[in-house]
Design a binder for this molecule. Structure first.
Ligand SMILES: Nc1ncnc2c1ncn2[C@@H]1O[C@H](COP(=O)(O)OP(=O)(O)OP(=O)(O)O)[C@@H](O)[C@H]1O
Ligand SMILES: [Mg+2]
Length: 221
């Protein structure tokens, strides 16, 4: 839940700029929320705040009932690892690592399972996204759609409560994008997780339980 959240930055010439202003937002567990708005309206800023990748200038962010404003970096990374999964437009995979290693990577920080168990879980997750034949491929040898499937598997391996996806099909052609989006929505749903999805696609937004419209850093009702 976000309470009166604001985010300001100071530009290089010293001018302050408000990226988000008085945002109130409650997302229920398991809900699928689409975040829409023009370029520059603050969608990525909002997702980064919810994803604990950025901190608000004003207001409070609560997870369940926990106010995260008092948390230090260690606690924030723990919360990120235990509760959140991310899917980005640019996939953000580790270039030199195989699909299995990319998917297993979050478990290095968040679970106590050994290498064998990490691999087993990564393979299972890759099978779920239809990539059992690409386990040892590195990102440069995979198509965009395949890379995004790896990213989806990586986002879900830690059983997150919330999946944050920022224009996840923005780098894919239309057909591949549709397939990847279907997969993302289905996988998040079967995991019972909450999905916050930034998209420019109106039809896609219609599939969500709810749409949040941003305009110049404010939520339109
Ligand atoms: N650190 C920063 N310093 C200065 N300006 C910033 C910073 N971060 C974001 N902005 C500006 O704040 C506005 C909101 O950015 P944000 O990335 O949240 O928009 P967006 O809605 O995700 O846009 P897009 O659809 O293009 O991805 C933009 O005008 C952006 O240029
Ligand atoms: Mg953005």
């Amino acid at each position: 839940m976000l309470e009166e959240v604001g985010k300001d930055v100071v530009l290089r010439d010293g001018q302050p700029l408000t990226l988000l202003d008085q945002v109130n937002l409650t997302v229920r567990a398991g809900e699928f929320v689409a975040v829409v708005g023009r370029s520059g309206s603050g969608k990525s800023t909002l997702l980064n705040l919810i994803g604990l990748l950025d901190t608000p200038t004003r207001g409070r962010i609560l997870y369940e009932d926990k106010d995260i404003s008092g948390c230090g970096d260690t606690e924030l990374s723990q919360l990120r690892g235990q509760h959140l999964g991310f899917v980005f437009q640019q996939f953000n995979l580790l270039a030199r690592r195989t699909a299995v290693a990319n998917v297993a990577a979050p478990l290095l920080f968040t679970s106590s399972c050994d290498a064998r168990e990490r691999r087993r879980r990564a393979v299972e997750q890759l099978r779920r996204v239809g990539l059992e034949h690409r386990l040892d491929a590195v990102p440069s040898t995979m198509s965009g759609g395949e890379q995004q499937r790896v990213a989806i598997a990586r986002a879900l391996i830690g059983n997150p409560k919330i999946v944050l996806a920022d224009e996840p099909t923005g780098s894919l052609d239309e057909d591949t994008g549709t397939q990847v989006m279907r997969l993302l929505i289905d996988e998040v749903r079967s995991a019972g997780a909450t999905l916050l999805l930034v998209t420019h696609d109106r039809e896609l937004a219609l599939q969500a339980d709810r749409t949040v419209h941003l305009d110049k850093g404010r939520v339109l009702e």
